[in-house]
Design a protein around this ligand. Structure first.
Ligand SMILES: *[C@@H]1O[C@H](CO)[C@@H](O)[C@H](O)[C@H]1NC(C)=O
Length: 392
């Protein structure tokens, strides 16, 4: 069956979106597939068995493969949904997740705009540092209660699934965001005024990595806004490794696994040579497609790997383009010196445009955003040896 982009968006808005979209029949994922090393960004249009994909159905299969790979190599497994119950009172929603005779609870705060609803909402990892338009609710998600940066295995996710669960912090946070979406769906607009079919997710820095992972692994989220996530977010491991080889201090894979427990312990064995990974983060971003994604980055901080986040996003945009959804992925990179998570007003129009088009129903808004003021030359040929292709 063939869907056009408009049809997909329309289906999503009719409420058929699920946390994990079903894998097409006949699509099998081989968990023990082995892969050749690749210095360049892996081809997102090639299946593990060597088949070149040409249809949107086959892309859905590739998507399932990427989900499997990223969980296995890097983030650890996201558990299937537990039983969730939710209660709202006094600007708070308390969410209880139960599984295997155990349960755990956390609360989110909800800041509603005036007027009658239903209104869209942005789920914000520990608060927002981007401008949220009037008319959009903010749901503040306490991600560090769900999983601590350090030590590994601490937090409500691990209370429920055990301290030795293989998911790292980023995936535990993504699980938490999905439970927030469950709660918003369950309570419904009549109770909390929030329209659970119009949700965005955002966060900055480590929380920007988290927001991207949450959006990639929950197909119910319409708009994903990672801010200054750097490596582990919209940056590609291969490109940032090259920045480091060239002598600039940056957050590459070997650095990122020290200290914080954001990744699965399995990732440690791959970080010395990330060319063994069958994916890179252009494919993590492509998991969001055709839903909306705006990558907000700062070109002024070397540690974020500016050429890596820009180039990786451009590569992801080629997948969006292949799906007929090019303008649903934007990348906006601007320098505001070394000041982290303080978005400059020059980026306001892009953020506003993405909210307008993908959350506030202003469908004619232009969201063709691909810009950087970075002092680098992005040479796609060094990293990409595949082309945009039209998936029918
Ligand atoms: C590293 O330096 C080489 C040689 O100048 C250059 O071709 C390459 O693009 C640089 N890599 C990055 C990520 O900037």
């Amino acid at each position: 069956m063939k869907f056009h982009q408009a049809t997909l968006l329309c289906l999503a808005s009719l409420g058929t979106a699920q946390e994990v979209s079903p894998t097409p029949t006949g699509c099998t994922i081989d968990p023990s597939a082995t892969y050749a090393k690749s210095a360049k960004l892996p081809d997102p249009f090639l299946l593990a068995d060597g088949t070149r994909l040409s249809t949107k159905d086959a892309w859905a299969c590739k998507r399932a493969e990427i989900r499997d790979q990223i969980q296995r190599y890097e983030l650890g497994p996201k558990p299937t949904a537990p039983t969730v119950s939710a209660g709202a009172s006094g600007g708070k929603i308390t969410i209880t997740s139960s599984e295997g005779g155990k349960s755990t609870s956390f609360a989110v705060t909800v800041k509603l705009p005036g007027g009658t609803g239903p209104v869209p909402a942005v789920i914000a990892f520990e608060g927002t540092s981007i401008p949220v338009p009037t008319g959009v609710a903010t749901v503040t998600f306490p991600n560090h209660e769900i999983a601590a940066d350090d030590p590994r295995g601490k937090g409500k996710f691990y209370d429920l699934y055990g301290a030795t669960h293989a998911a790292g912090g980023l995936m535990a946070w993504a699980w938490g965001v999905s439970r927030v979406v469950d709660a918003l769906e369950q309570l419904g607009a009549d109770v909390i005024k929030v329209d659970a079919k119009r949700l965005a997710v955002t966060g900055c820095s480590r929380n920007g990595k988290g927001a991207l992972v949450a959006g990639a692994f929950d197909d119910r989220i319409a708009l994903v806004l990672p801010q200054e996530g750097g490596s582990g977010g919209p940056g590609c491991w291969r490109i940032v490794a090259d920045i480091k080889r060239n002598g600039t201090k940056t957050e590459d894979a070997t650095q990122i696994i020290t200290g914080d427990s954001w990744f699965a312990t399995a990732f440690t064995q791959y970080v010395p040579d990330t060319t063994v990974l069958p994916y890179d983060h252009h494919m993590l971003m492509a998991l969001v497609a055709p839903r909306a994604l705006l990558v907000i980055e700062n070109s002024g901080i070397d540690y974020l790997g500016p050429i890596s986040t820009f180039g990786c996003s451009v590569a992801a945009r080629m997948v969006y383009e292949s799906l007929g959804a090019r303008d649903a992925l934007g990348v906006s990179q601007a320098s505001h010196g070394t000041s982290h998570c303080s978005m400059p007003s020059s980026q306001n129009p892009e953020v506003a445009a993405f909210f307008d088009k993908f959350l506030l129903g202003q469908e004619s808004t232009v969201t063709d955003v691909q810009k950087t003021d970075g002092k680098f030359t992005w040479f796609a040929g060094q990293w990409i040896d595949w082309t945009t292709t039209t998936l029918s």
